[in-house]
Each structure stands twice: as C-alpha cells, then as structure tokens.
Design a protein around this ligand. Structure first.
Ligand code: PAF
Length: 280
C-alpha cells in the first residue's frame, strides 16, 4: 500500500500508470468503518487502480468545535485499508497541502439542492464539500468516484457539481451499510453509549415503517406519523423528516407514479446528530 502526503508525489505516481488502467477515487475524511470499506471494495472490484483520500476537510465544518472533535485516526485507518487490500493508494495530505494558505470554500450554485435538509441546518457545508471534491477530482482525474448513499443529498450535489463543472468522471452511489440493529454505519456511532446505540436503531425501523405506509398514504400523512413517533420517544429528538423527489430534493406535493422518492431524517441521540434515508 502506498501512502502519499503531497499532490506532487500522488500525481507523479498516477500519471505513470498504464493509460488502460481504470482509476477510481474514494474520498473520505478518515475514521473509517465498514461503510467506507464497502466503498473501497466496490471500487477495487470495478477498477484496476484505487486511490483513497483521507482528509478532514476544514471548509465543510460550519462549527469549529465540530471540526476539533472530528476523530483523526490515520494509523487505524491505514491498518483497516491495508487489511482490505495491499494494492491501494492512499492520499493523506495536510490542510496546507490542499488549500495552501487560503483555507476557504468556493461558492457554488447547486440550484437549490444545497438549501434544504443538511444545507438548511449546516450553513455553507456543501460549498466546502464541493470545494474539496472538485479539487480532488481535478487532481486525481479518476474515471469513477465512489460515495455512500447515507449522504444521499451530498451524492446528488456532487452529481450536479460534475455536470456544472464538466468534470469527466462517473459518480457511483453505493448502498448504505448498517449495523446488525439497522442503525446506519457512521463514525459518529462511536460517540453513542452502548444503550443509546441500540435505541438509535429506532431511526431505521421507523423509516422502514414509513416506507410501508407511503405505499398507501400521502407524504403529509407519513411525515406527521414519523413526527408523532419521535415525539413519544424519550431519548431521540427529531430534527427533520422530509419526503422528497430524489432528483430535485424538493418535498413531494402530489405523488406521481413516474417519479422516485426518498425519505430523509436527522435525529439527535444524546447530543450526537445522526442522519439516515431510505428509498420509497
Ligand atoms: O462524505 C465525506 O466523508 C466527505 O463529505 C467527503 C465527500 C469525503 C468530502 O470531504
């Protein structure tokens, strides 16, 4: 496994690879878990060369404390990745290497995709994500880049980004990986007490029930039902539940058989913010 810390080392290595190699990028912020490993495994299965970036991107944190609290576990991440495959390339730069002296996000117009849900609660978050993802795509020039559907809004925004910036890459969305209880895998789960971690499985069981109800009931009915379920829960506090069109991410008005919908949820469990979503 090769580990590069500078853009120069990485690009020199990648540009010397055979041009016929399909090149994949898996961008991460480290603190890796089985969800990330599944992205890396899919990338390995579908491409000859895989670059995994590990970089806690400061410009996507609107809260300094959140950034400081973000787990930095480089050695454990490298161990996990080398157990997955010896044949991957790691790019683990410093903030100065990526941003030079200008640690600042660009401003994008994602046509409203960034104004709802996560964007409404985390100001400028998606400008920061766009800035780093664009920088990594332009640096590595992969044929494919892999992102988890757990951050489905992020995935759709990245699709919009590559379309707007005309970056020739295929964006691949990969299914959410869950703990045995159903809780979506996240590095934040480590911050939950064992009891709360078990109780947080309520998020997914409620999404599953919402999916079933959506078969026969309106979106408004299902949203109100989910809100009531969380009102009655002692340990979990609902931040939002939305049912939206998968492409526009706008809340559904009238159900249309030809459109695809998804339910999105954000919940606080003992001060830890968890998100999840489900195809309906
Ligand atoms: O999903 C993440 O871990 C991050 O938002 C990403 C895509 C690696 C950009 O920093």
């Amino acid at each position: 496994m090769l580990v590069f810390k500078t853009k120069k080392e990485l690009t020199e290595h990648v540009s010397a690879l055979p041009k016929t190699n399909r090149l994949a990028l898996v961008p991460t912020m480290g603190a890796l878990h089985k969800g990330h490993v599944s992205l890396v495994e899919q990338a390995i299965a579908e491409n000859e060369t895989v670059v995994v970036s590990i970089f806690v991107n400061p410009t996507q944190f609107n809260n300094k404390e959140d950034l400081e609290k973000y787990p930095q576990t480089l050695q454990a991440d490298l161990d996990l990745l080398s157990a997955t495959s010896e044949n991957i390339i790691i790019f683990a730069p410093s903030a100065e290497e990526v941003y030079d002296k200008n640690v600042k996000a660009k401003t994008y117009d994602f046509e409203g995709l960034d104004q709802v849900m996560e964007g409404a609660f985390r100001e400028d978050h998606f400008n920061g994500v766009g800035t780093i993802v664009e920088a990594l795509l332009l640096l590595v020039k992969p044929d494919r880049a892999y992102f988890g559907e757990k951050d489905f809004q992020q995935l759709q925004i990245i699709r919009k980004l590559v379309e707007q910036q005309q970056i020739p890459v295929e964006i691949i969305g990969c299914p959410i990986v869950r703990e045995p209880s159903g809780l979506a895998m996240s590095s934040r789960n480590e911050r939950l007490s064992p009891e709360l971690r078990q109780k947080a499985s309520f998020i997914y069981s409620t999404l599953l029930a919402a999916k079933e109800k959506f078969g026969t009931k309106s979106a408004g009915y299902v949203v109100d039902w989910v809100k009531k379920e969380f009102d009655q829960h002692e340990d979990l506090e609902l931040e939002y539940i939305e049912i939206t069109d998968v492409n526009t991410l706008r809340p559904i008005t009238i159900k249309n058989e030809n459109l695809k919908y998804r339910a999105f949820i954000a919940v606080y469990a003992g001060g830890v913010r968890l998100i999840d979503n489900i195809a309906l």
